[in-house]
Design a protein around this ligand. Structure first.
Ligand SMILES: Cc1cc2nc3c(=O)[nH]c(=O)nc-3n(C[C@H](O)[C@H](O)[C@H](O)COP(=O)(O)O)c2cc1C
Length: 194
């Protein structure tokens, strides 16, 4: 399936160690001719860390997509009524955002985008990156995996010895996972080792 002309939302949440890989894939999507709208959670848009300054991430997203990132809840709300996206990807998705989504909480631009988009019965793809995937968040992953219109980029344990509950998505599978989700399918195998 060609992604040319598809309207794709990429919502960044605060898994900063994954941002470098996420930006690589953002570039790939744009190179394929997709119209990409980025959205940032409040944490993604404001926390500075050893992985970089938030203002530089926002700038980089705009430079790559040529579209201003959505940074507010009211900015994300029209995604629903105007049916702006063919697919939305939480990329990367923190344990925090995952848990809130599973429990119907909508208090960041990324979660507002997800809620608004899901009301249109269109696919939401999740790229997990969290140290508690096999712990506190396991139940939420299970719940979301069994939810209509929600799909996962395949993921695996990135460091079973030092971080036994951590799971991270294989971000390089973004594009085939989008193609599958646009057809209503989960890209398989969904659990893949590192
Ligand atoms: C440097 C740094 C790295 C982080 N990495 C992760 C991560 O990989 N996964 C995760 O779930 N949370 C991570 N967090 C914690 C989240 O940023 C935090 O839970 C935040 O509230 C998430 O908000 P959001 O889900 O609205 O973006 C990290 C925090 C910092 C400061």
């Amino acid at each position: 399936m060609s992604l040319e002309g598809k309207h794709i939302g990429i919502a960044f949440t605060g898994s900063f160690c994954t941002f470098e890989k996420a930006f690589e894939e953002l570039q790939n999507l744009v190179a394929l001719g997709a119209n990409v709208q980025t959205i940032f959670s409040f944490s993604a848009a404001s926390l500075n860390s050893r992985f970089g300054m938030s203002k530089n991430f926002i700038k980089k997203a705009e430079e790559i997509t040529k579209v201003k990132p959505i940074l507010t809840i009211e900015g994300a709300e029209p995604i629903g009524p105007k049916s702006l996206l063919d697919i939305l990807v939480l990329f990367p998705c923190t344990g925090n955002t995952l848990a809130k989504l599973a429990n119907g909480i909508t208090d960041t631009p990324a979660l507002m985008a997800a809620k608004a988009h899901l009301r249109n019965n269109k696919p939401l793809l999740i790229s997990i990156s969290t140290n508690d995937a096999l712990g506190m968040n396991m139940k939420n992953i299970g719940l979301l995996m069994n939810t209509k219109n929600i799909f996962f980029i395949p993921f695996g344990q990135d460091n079973p010895k030092k971080k036994p509950n951590s799971m991270i998505a294989h971000t390089y599978l973004l594009i085939p996972s989008i193609e599958a989700a646009l057809k209503g399918c989960q890209y398989q195998p969904v659990i893949q080792g590192y």
